[in-house]
Design a protein around this ligand. Structure first.
Ligand code: CMP
Length: 376
């Protein structure tokens, strides 16, 4: 995301927070009468900003890669009917509601603005997209767990109804009513409003509680694994995209490239950040896929740009860092950790030979010849 995008995100989140705060305050009873006008003004302003945003996004929809090949009108229609388009439209809804009534406590529409606006947060939460993909990927496994959940639920409700109905006819009088107790117990919520009183009912209750823990653990495990796999896939694509900018990797075949891609991590740095510090132990080396760094040596500074690398000497010599390296502009680095470096050294000798050659040249330079600006 560029600087403009980041600024818009901060502004968007600030406007959203102001709107939500105004609605939350407006729901308090007994506020002075003047607060009504102020809060109404804030909510209208927020909704107007969101309306402006909606129109801009609608207008710009044909620019999106998602709608490539469609006519402008069709692209706009598809965006308007997408989840983001519908959420954007709903977020404008408060203006209409306020036109007919004010925001003060007692306005039954006010809490619903909160829901529409909080949905807009999903635009800034890639985790929502990830969650949707994880659910889609794992639907078969999740469906099996849901079936187990329903089986335990219905069995528990039926047994509890059978065992408890005489003592507690109001809450266990029929299976649908017993289901409430079964859901509260199986999800380990336990409100305590309905409690089995017979020995049999309590034994069923105990089994349901334990099953609840097992079912929730299964769900958590499936979602957590799905999340980490999805994240791994996304990271792989991110790294692949960055790796193609480093000429050293471009010469490798696809199979070798995919091996190194799985070992690299993408890190973005703003300017003036110390990436490695002289005399500190080193456990990784870095390839520059975008931006520039400055290597600060006792004899002067050396600039390394896109395609260059640093941090290899500590790994090869197993010595502390020989220099401090600082970013001079927004920089994207590909990090290769020591353990992976030695594995790469065994599997892709040509790459490590090139790194070793450059390290030898740098050592010689540091010991004798004056430092000069290097362009890879
Ligand atoms: P390392 O010693 O791990 O950490 C500092 C890094 O600065 C070092 O690895 C090299 O990658 C880099 N470096 C050291 N000397 C030079 C040099 N003369 N020219 C370019 N880079 C250097």
């Amino acid at each position: 995301m560029g600087r403009g995008g980041r600024r818009w995100r901060v502004l968007h989140l600030t406007v959203l927070a102001a709107g939500l705060l105004a609605i939350a305050i407006s729901s308090i009873d007994g506020l002075p009468i003047w607060t009504d006008d102020v809060l109404t003004a804030i909510v209208v302003l927020v909704a107007v900003v969101f309306f402006g945003e909606y129109l801009v996004r609608l207008w710009a929809a044909p620019e999106s890669n998602r709608f490539a090949g469609l006519s402008d009108g069709m692209a706009r229609l598809r965006w308007a009917l997408s989840i983001n388009g519908l959420i954007g439209l709903l977020a404008v809804f408060p203006v209409l509601a306020i036109t007919f009534s004010s925001i003060h406590a007692g306005n039954e529409w006010a809490p619903i603005f909160c829901v529409f606006w909080i949905l807009k947060l999903s635009v800034h939460a890639p985790a929502m997209t990830t969650l949707a993909r994880v659910i889609a990927n794992e639907r078969a496994t999740l469906a099996s767990v849901v079936i187990i959940f329903v089986m335990v639920l219905v069995t528990a409700a039926a047994l509890a109804h059978m065992l408890e109905r005489e003592l507690q006819p109001k809450v266990f009088g029929n299976i649908p009513e017993s289901l409430w107790w079964a859901v509260v117990t199986l999800t380990t919520t336990g409100y305590g409003d309905v409690v089995p009183k017979t020995v049999g009912g309590r034994m069923v209750g105990s089994l349901v509680m334990v099953s609840g823990i097992v079912v929730l653990a299964l769900l958590t495990g499936i979602l957590a694994t799905g999340f980490s796999e999805e994240e791994r896939r996304r990271e792989y694509l991110r790294v692949w995209d960055q790796v193609t900018r480093v000429p050293m990797f471009a010469e490798l075949g696809t199979v070798t490239l995919s091996e190194i891609v799985s070992k690299l991590r993408v890190r973005h740095y703003p300017p003036r950040i110390v990436v490695v510090r002289r005399d500190e132990p080193g456990d990784s080396m870095f390839f520059i896929s975008e931006g520039e760094v400055e290597v600060r040596l006792p004899r002067g500074s050396v600039a390394l740009r896109q395609g260059g690398f640093f941090g290899e000497m500590a790994l090869l010599d197993r010595l502390p860092r020989s220099a401090t390296v600082v970013t001079t502009q927004p920089t994207t680095l590909l990090v290769l950790y020591a353990s992976d470096f030695y594995e790469v050294a065994a599997n892709i000798p040509s790459l490590v030979e090139a790194v070793e050659r450059e390290a030898r040249r740098r050592r010689a330079e540091n010991q004798g010849a004056p430092a000069k600006v290097e362009t890879p």
